[in-house]
Design a protein around this ligand. Structure first.
Ligand code: HEM
Length: 411
């Protein structure tokens, strides 16, 4: 097998259920050149060092035309300026700082912690909603609706509008998940319309909150006049949309991958049922073992970079395969074993460096609560099929459905 075909194989849908043996092949060449200007990096220390290297840019405007053509269609269609995920310092740092101020330490250390009770109520409500069924789809019935409801509460979307918000979020997410059965032109049109409506809706909400701020995060962003100044309307819109989208498909996949992995490891599921504290290391190990973001395909080099005997030239595209770094035996002993008792688990599931996941504390809490409650309440849950059907997407990888059966509920 040539290495060029190896990368194509990884992206091919037939590898989606288990790409890990292919990543092991990939790691034999830690920095692999593919074509003229694409370099694929698959080992832990090399990925980590590039994530901390200021000579690597996340700014979409630096992408080579060939890479931009395939990756940017969705963002371009949204007609919003890039949010800070796709910016470099100093613009990135200013917007991230401003967004962090009402979200986490040092200014707002308790925002996520204070959501705990509400998150637990949402989880219980969704499980109660299973009614007297003994078969559910974990994705559609649970792990998909949960993060959208959470982001609505965080941003301060009124409850009565949550259904609208859910439907836009669903449509936008579906647009990122190509469905071979749907006409691509039609899908783009529908996605674009959802983005426009979401933008209009958020714009109205921004007007409302600037007149009558509440204690939600959008109000705080709208009214902020700190040392970094104020966000422009476009910055507010792109930041709010980023929070919605970045925290959506990823969290769905973490919870779904979590349930799948627990059902494949019933001893760990049983331990979690008896010891909810185990949810913390379980979620960390899941972020290593089955990371929802498998690879970061949008970096560009701003200078020649020498790494592992290879020179990545200035202007090249770099793919950082986080999921492969997480299974690198040079970093993690027995990496293909799911082991919640693993020590020193500095996985790459949330990235690393200046773009490391902004929403990590919230995502962790959501996944911990979700898995603990599913483990506690469902009696003898079992997989209907293994492997389950996966989404098309090789980057944001996760099951499209996860059908399970169970024998009623524990009290
Ligand atoms: C399990 C769930 C999640 C996973 C696996 C995940 C993963 C990641 C990763 C790998 C990055 C780094 C991207 C890069 O370096 O290019 C990132 C960035 C980001 N994430 Fe998450 N994420 C999750 C949930 C969330 C949530 C819930 C939010 C919002 C509340 C969020 C907001 C963001 C933002 C805003 C960035 C950009 C940070 C920056 O550029 O400085 N994420 N995430």
């Amino acid at each position: 097998m040539t290495q060029a075909t190896l990368l194509r194989q990884i992206i091919d849908y037939s590898s989606r259920a288990d790409p890990y043996p292919l990543y092991a092949e990939l790691r034999k060449t830690p920095v692999l050149q593919e074509g003229d200007d694409l370099f694929v990096v698959s080992t832990y220390w090399e990925i980590k060092s590039l994530l901390h290297d200021p000579r690597i840019s996340s700014d979409a405007r630096n992408l080579s035309p060939s890479a931009a053509g395939t990756l940017l269609q969705e963002e371009e269609a949204s007609a919003l300026p890039p949010a800070f995920l796709r910016l470099d310092p100093p613009e990135h740092d200013r917007l991230r700082r401003m967004t962090m101020r009402p979200f986490g330490p040092p200014e707002t250390p308790r925002r996520v912690h204070n959501m705990r009770g509400e998150l637990a109520r949402i989880v219980s409500g969704l499980i109660d909603g299973f009614g007297d069924r003994n078969r559910i789809d974990v994705v559609d019935d649970f792990s998909y609706p949960f993060p959208v409801t959470v982001i609505c509460r965080l941003l301060g979307v009124p409850r009565e509008d949550e259904a609208l918000f859910h439907s836009w979020a669903d449509t936008i997410a579906a647009g990122l998940d190509p469905d071979p059965g749907q006409d691509p032109g039609e899908r783009r049109r529908v996605t674009q319309q959802a983005r426009t409506e979401l933008g209009k809706y958020l714009s109205g909400l921004i007007d409302e909150r600037s007149g009558a701020p509440g204690d939600d995060m959008l109000s705080a962003l709208v009214t902020q006049h700190g040392e970094d100044g104020q966000m422009t309307r476009m910055e507010l819109l792109s930041t709010a949309s980023l929070l919605l989208i970045a925290g959506h498909e990823t969290t769905v996949n973490l919870i779904t991958n979590g349930m799948l992995t627990l059902l494949r490891n019933p001893d760990v599921l049983e331990r979690l049922r008896g010891d909810p504290g185990l949810a913390l290391p379980i979620v960390e190990e899941l972020l290593r073992f089955e990371p929802p973001v498998q690879l970061l395909p949008q970096r560009t080099t701003l200078a020649d970079i020498d790494i592992n005997g290879v020179t990545i030239p200035k202007g090249a595209s770099v793919w950082l395969v986080l999921a492969s770094g997480n299974r690198d035996p040079q970093r993690f002993p027995d990496p293909d074993r799911f082991d919640p008792d693993r020590k020193d688990n500095q996985h790459l599931g949330f990235g690393s460096g200046i773009h490391n996941c902004f929403g990590a504390p919230l995502a962790r809490l959501e996944a911990q609560l979700a898995l603990t409650e599913l483990a506690r309440r469902l009696n003898s849950p079992r997989l209907v099929e293994d492997p389950p059907p996966y989404r098309q997407n090789a980057v944001l990888r996760g099951p499209r459905h996860l059908n399970i059966t169970f024998d009623g509920f524990h009290a």
